[in-house]
Design a protein around this ligand. Sequence first.
Ligand code: SAM
Ligand code: SF4
Length: 443
Amino acid sequence: MSKVRPRSYYLRSFGCQMNEHDSERIAGLLEEMGFAPTAAPEDADLLVYNTCSIREKADTRLAGHLGTARRLKREKPSRLVVVAGCLAQSRRDEFFVDFPFVDVLVGPQSLHELPSLLEERLSDGVRVGAFAETTTRWSAELPRVKMSGPCAWVQVVAGCSNFCTYCIVPSVRGPEASRSAANIMAEVVALADRGVREITLLGQNVNAYGREPSFAGTESFADLLRTACRVRGIERIRFMTSHPKDMSHGLVDVIAAPNQVCEHVHLPVQSGSDRILGAMNRRYDRAAYVDLVGRLHRSVPDLALTTDLIVGFPGETEEDFQETLSLVEECRFDGAFTFIYSPRRGTAAAAMPGRPEADVAEDRMTRLVEVVQRLGRERNEAMIGRTVEVMVERASKHAAGEVMGRTRGHKPVNFPSAAAPGDLVLVELLEATSTSFRGWEAR
Ligand code: SAM
Ligand code: SF4
């Protein structure tokens, strides 16, 4: 093992917001150790991949990147390769065998150990890993390199205890653990002091905040939102993800109240068929979901509602799929993330029979996406001519002199403006697609 100390790092993140947020912490830890970031893997002494294992596609994408890492390490053997995150955790037993050029493996609950693991690798030359089963140290307490812009993520719950039968998250991120409200608020105040204007409270199931027996506090998620509304400088508050079974009346009231909490709820339904919802262990049925959506729309007139949907779950028939389509029509979602079911080792659904053939699942996906896009376009076209508040996030990537911002419903709007990131601007909406708008500043 070379004793040349690495100085620069390349970090590539895969997967959900939680992972992106963990990547901010990985960058913070590395920069505290004296590493400087580089944009190209060829320029880096240290290559870090923060992985996702939610679907097989994520594994395949990583494999391509690891091919590059292997080549770069061959060219310069002193280079170090770190694989962090959910895949490192779920594949810990075979990773070093399958990818012998990887130096350090670190699971999502062990990120704080990365500096000592790197030191160990450099001094002893042994390949090392850390894979805590539960959160021992809040990633929020680690140094952070925040993504640029006026928005920031704030983790409020780690892990998940729901065990939806298709999902690997509970086994790679451990059981639900809520962070103390005081600790969360201290971070929100510090972010506001640094110029952050919008926060997104993050957790796999934020609605369950504070409900685990070991939680020392007394606050509910609705209480947390109300407290965050008192932080000066924070203009907008978002949260994700909400599990339908845990959405309380108190939470709906906080979203409905005139405050900084935005009128957007991401409420994954997964399927419209009660039989499939039961097999997924989602613990609500279609009627309860539709009832909740009705309550949300009645209480929050300008609500933007988005969801996650899975097709091709084991046992899903054409009739079950038709129920998903009819549910989507009934709920008139503003948008949806759509997924083809991907079996994950160790989950209950992986052993279930009756998985639809790949071409059947793909055909259902195509038909579902058509409905989702049509409804999104209709919902957005109905907003044309309205003047809405937009928070500017950055300069447009497409046109000079334009900026990109978002409505309170989280929809992107591109418009000509000299406004700076973080500014709140009134914008008249002129044109719509299924997912975004063009507009101009209202005068
Ligand atoms: N905790 C959130 C929830 O329950 O809604 C989201 C967790 S997951 C990161 C995001 C989405 O990925 C899920 O809502 C689900 O639609 C999808 N997903 C999870 N596991 C999957 C699998 N094995 N195959 C296909 N989609 C999956
Ligand atoms: Fe996975 Fe279900 Fe937990 Fe979401 S609620 S992270 S889908 S187990």
